[in-house]
Design a protein around this ligand. Structure first.
Ligand code: SF4
Ligand code: SF4
Length: 250
């Protein structure tokens, strides 16, 4: 049976060094500057809350609302745990941005050929038996990765063995459960964590979609068409630039 991976972030151990942020930027080839919020070039960020540091990234929901809202199957939950994104399928409707209960996906608004951007839990590295880059980079093991059941048990063990922890594993039941877990000695609501519903969100998305399928499908088609035109223009501009440069050299 496929191993489903998960990440545990222990907020009591995080020293705010941002090594996870930097490792993520490095493997994606993003500019290495520090960003305060998630962006198309910051797929995980460290946020300061008083004297605690928390990480934000895709939660890799067990039953992801983003995938449920996507009309073309560009987002999917893999059996290995990550929720992945296929830009070749994406029509740019951005329903995933609206559906996500954790407000995670970002959109490349300023690009001619824009894509949705979010953490994919280093799905390629996991497939090669490596750890996610953010986990590997953490100097104090504030983030650890492993089999989802083992990771949940480890989180529970820490809470039971040390009364400093709040008696809740964030992600164990939020949005129906996720593949990213947090434990903390400060209540999660004081750290700015979203109070996500406990049931899987796709149920809500499905009923919302059911209320106006014609409008939504029409809107999706129009947005998809606009996105296709935008991309096509960018491709044509690129092809023209290449041709001009070849002619100049020749
Ligand atoms: S956190 Fe948002 S983007 Fe990530 S899997 Fe869940 S619904 Fe999708
Ligand atoms: S923008 Fe639309 S098509 Fe692209 S991933 Fe999001 S929901 Fe799917």
């Amino acid at each position: 049976m496929a191993t489903t991976e998960a990440i545990l972030v222990d907020i009591t151990k995080c020293i705010g060094c941002r090594s996870c942020e930097q490792a993520c930027k490095q493997i994606h080839g993003f500019p290495m500057d520090t960003e305060a919020k998630l962006s198309p070039t910051a797929l995980t960020v460290i946020e300061e809350r008083g004297d605690r540091f928390t990480r934000r990234m895709c939660m890799h929901c067990q039953d992801p609302a983003c995938a449920s809202a996507c009309l073309v199957g560009a987002l999917k939950k893999t059996s290995a745990g990550p929720v992945t994104y296929d830009g070749a399928k994406c029509i740019g409707c951005r329903y995933c941005l609206v559906a996500c209960p954790f407000s995670v996906p970002r959109y490349e608004w300023t690009k001619l050929a824009p894509y949705v951007k979010k953490c994919d839990m280093c799905a390629g590295r996991l497939a090669n038996g490596q750890q996610p880059a953010c986990v590997e980079a953490c100097p104090v093991q504030a983030s650890i990765a492993g089999n989802r059941e083992d990771i949940l048990q480890e989180a529970q063990r820490r809470i039971v063995n040390n009364s400093k922890y709040v008696n809740h594993i964030y992600g164990s039941d939020e949005a129906g459960g996720t593949s990213i877990f947090f434990i903390s000695d400060v209540p999660f609501e004081k750290l700015g964590f979203a109070a996500a519903p406990k049931q899987p969100l796709p149920m809500l998305t499905a009923s919302a979609l059911g209320e106006g399928p014609t409008v939504i499908l029409l809107g999706g088609a129009v947005l998809g068409g606009l996105n296709w035109i935008t991309r096509r223009r960018a491709e044509v501009a690129l092809a023209e630039a290449r041709e001009n440069s070849t002619q100049e050299r020749g």
